[in-house]
Design a protein around this ligand. Structure first.
Ligand code: ADP
Length: 648
């Protein structure tokens, strides 16, 4: 039979390459302008098909599927663009032998055609050998043929005798005659002949026979089995499902214990996946989807789940009604891929979290160079765009001086001991914000075990801190309420202040960050004005912060009652004289109610349904313990204005 190269390519440029590749090789060629012409005109006796997926008209994919439907089994060489990989992959599963990416290289095309010819010739000689073998088998008597079938099925003489109800001696006699008839000197010669004739273990043709249509699907099955995929063939009408042993073996079942069939498989499908599978199958059978594909889980013999990727296509229809008769497909184990996808997803989520919430950094322990991510830069109020490498001093300058000392000690200890560290600290960025940051770091060693780098992450924990501080504030108010026992008089008893040099400006910023942590979401804006350089002042930072938090929370509650443009809070501080500072908290809220102005700083004076009326009483006690005074009035625009002084 002659070998013809059918060239189904519309693009002139690609055609030229193909012509040039085939050069003066004496392949017969036929060229078709489009898929329609090809399907109409081509005489597909023997040869191969060079098919462009980007064919004008319906495209090469549709032509390929038409070939599958017509059960044309000539080797197909696909040509396509880079993005056609998926379509090509599907076609390769259904038997295309090669996929060449455009621009096609002459040598690749020639090599593919040569391979197709080799396959074709091998098929031809197999066909010839098959015909020869079939002729020989036809000469066998019924008994001799039964015995040969038994042998192909791996049965011993004894077993064959039992199956056929003959004596072993009789079987031996028939067997000797059969061997002589076939001209086979040894058992393996006889088996080879039987296989070449297409005699499978069950007595039916099941052995691949080149590219012949009738054996097409079993060839496919063999190829797919060899490539690690399982394959199946489904009789849509009877429901009989024939699947490769590999498929079952993969699930841990032995054919001996499991009846391979549609019902068996159905029982093994994960309940959550059944509907999806049925829908996918139905979509293809009804003609809605060009192919069937579905990923689902099957229960394994050991009780686990195996992810299966099924793809298939109808390969035979009833000539008259068009009803689907037969489907073939592949089943691929994608459990590992699914697992990797899961892992990748959680890694991506972690990464995402890190990207949103945490800034990461890397410190070279030799050079002391520090590299940071964009988020890390942002945490320190640096523009997100900028060099990876940041001078450590630049970051240090933004930390609270007290925290810096502690953090440096932690880092040094970690480097010295090789242990991880974890520390909370405050940063003060140039845009006026203060943040509480959780920093974590660990040592990374090189392959020789030497500590070379330290990596870590910084996370904004301001909200968490604010919640803790708020809880603390409310608890201390309640503690005072119970201590005062509802007596209604007297100041809340306080521990004396523990004074230490404090950066009051930083304390104001931190207090705003904590008390007004939800400012953005509530449309509240705030400013902090510090007149001149306050330097260090000697106060009890915890107690003064408690005053500030009370005043700021009251201000936030007050402005919540007015429209957004008036939701402003202004904090200011100035030195009155060398040993006294004044701090004020003003807001744009409705101002102090007439009813509370009188005894504002006395306990249990409140206008709020949930209020304790203790906050301002505590403020007064703390301020007075610092040798200061606290007072309140309404400002020029009507909002409340609190002012307190502290002896420093
Ligand atoms: P509480 O907040 O539990 O009522 P406080 O002692 O902190 O207790 O406040 C007493 C009262 O003072 C409040 O109920 C409120 O009427 C008034 N007040 C305090 N701060 C403001 C403010 N910024 N604007 C208007 N009223 C305020």
């Amino acid at each position: 039979m002659s070998f013809v190269v059918h060239i189904v390519v519309s693009e002139p440029a690609t055609r030229v390459v193909i012509e040039r590749a085939l050069g003066d090789r004496d392949f017969d060629r036929r060229t078709y302008a489009d898929g329609e012409e090809f399907l109409r005109e081509a005489r597909l006796g023997g040869g191969c098909i060079v098919l462009d997926l980007g064919l004008s008209g319906d495209g090469g994919g549709a032509v390929f599927e038409a070939l599958v439907r017509r059960r044309v089994v000539l080797p197909v060489i696909l040509i396509g663009r880079h993005g056609d990989g998926e379509e090509a992959g599907r076609a390769m599963m259904l038997g295309a032998i090669d996929f060449l990416e455009k621009p096609v290289r002459e040598e690749d095309l020639l090599a593919a055609v040569e391979r197709a010819e080799t396959l074709f010739r091998a098929g031809e000689s197999r066909r010839a050998a098959g015909a020869d073998a079939r002729a020989k088998l036809d000469r066998l008597s019924r008994r001799e043929r039964q015995i040969l079938e038994g042998l192909v099925g791996g049965l011993s003489n004894k077993a064959i005798a039992r199956d056929l109800g003959l004596s072993p001696r009789t079987v031996e006699m028939h067997r000797a005659n059969m061997m002589a008839e076939l001209g086979a000197a040894t058992l393996s010669d006889a088996l080879r002949l039987a296989l070449a004739a297409g005699l499978g273990p069950s007595g039916q043709a099941a052995i691949p026979n080149g590219f012949e249509a009738e054996a097409g699907s079993s060839l496919l099955r063999r190829v797919l089995d060899a490539s690690g995929d399982g394959a199946w063939e489904w009789n849509v009408q009877t429901g009989a499902l024939d699947m490769s042993e590999r498929f079952l073996a993969r699930l841990g079942y032995r054919v001996a214990t499991v009846e391979p069939g549609f019902e068996t498989i159905k029982d093994l499908i994960h309940p959550d996946d059944r509907n999806r599978l049925e829908r996918a199958l139905e979509a293809h059978l009804s003609g809605e989807a060009e192919t069937y594909s579905c990923e689902y889980r099957l229960r394994t013999a050991s009780g686990g789940w195996c992810w299966n990727q099924d793809s298939g296509v109808i390969v035979e229809r009833d000539h008259r009604t068009g009803e689907p008769l037969r489907m073939v497909g592949t089943a691929r184990d994608v459990t590992e891929r699914k697992r990797q996808e899961d892992e990748a997803r959680s890694a991506a989520e972690l990464l995402d979290l890190a990207r949103h919430d945490a800034g990461t950094w890397e410190l070279d322990l030799d050079t002391r160079r520090l590299r940071v991510t964009a988020r890390m830069r942002e945490l320190y109020g640096l523009p997100a765009e900028g060099p990876d490498e940041v001078p450590r001093d630049e970051l240090r300058a933004m930390m609270h001086p007290d925290d810096l000392v502690r953090l440096s000690e932690e880092v040094d200890r970690a480097i010295a001991t090789g242990e991880a560290f974890r520390a909370e600290f405050r940063t003060y960025t140039s845009d006026g914000r203060c943040r509480w940051v959780l920093g974590e770091g660990r040592i990374v060693r090189d392959s020789g075990g030497a500590a070379t780098r330290m990596v870590g992450l910084n996370q904004d924990i301001t909200e968490r801190k604010a919640a803790a501080v708020e809880l603390n504030r409310v608890q201390s108010e309640l503690a005072h309420v119970s201590r005062l026992g509802g007596a209604g008089e007297g100041d809340a008893p306080q521990a004396p202040p523990v004074r230490r040099p404090t950066r009051l400006d930083l304390l104001l910023r931190e207090s705003c960050a904590l008390a007004l942590v939800d400012a953005d979401s509530k449309g509240i804006s705030y400013t902090i004005d510090v007149a001149g350089d306050l330097g260090l002042v000697r106060i009890d930072p915890a107690q003064v912060q408690q005053v500030l938090l009370n005043l700021l929370r009251n201000a936030a509650e007050a402005v919540a009652e007015v429209p957004v443009p008036r939701r402003r809070v202004r904090v200011a501080a100035r030195r009155l004289d060398p040993d006294e500072v004044e701090v004020s908290v003003e807001d744009g809220g409705p101002g102090l109610a007439e009813a509370v102005r009188e005894g504002l700083f006395r306990p249990f004076v409140t206008t709020k349904a949930q209020g304790t009326g203790i906050g301002l009483a505590i403020c007064r006690a703390l301020v007075e313990a610092h040798g200061g005074r606290i007072e309140a009035d309404n400002g020029p625009d009507g909002g409340a204005r609190f002012r307190f002084t502290l002896k420093v």
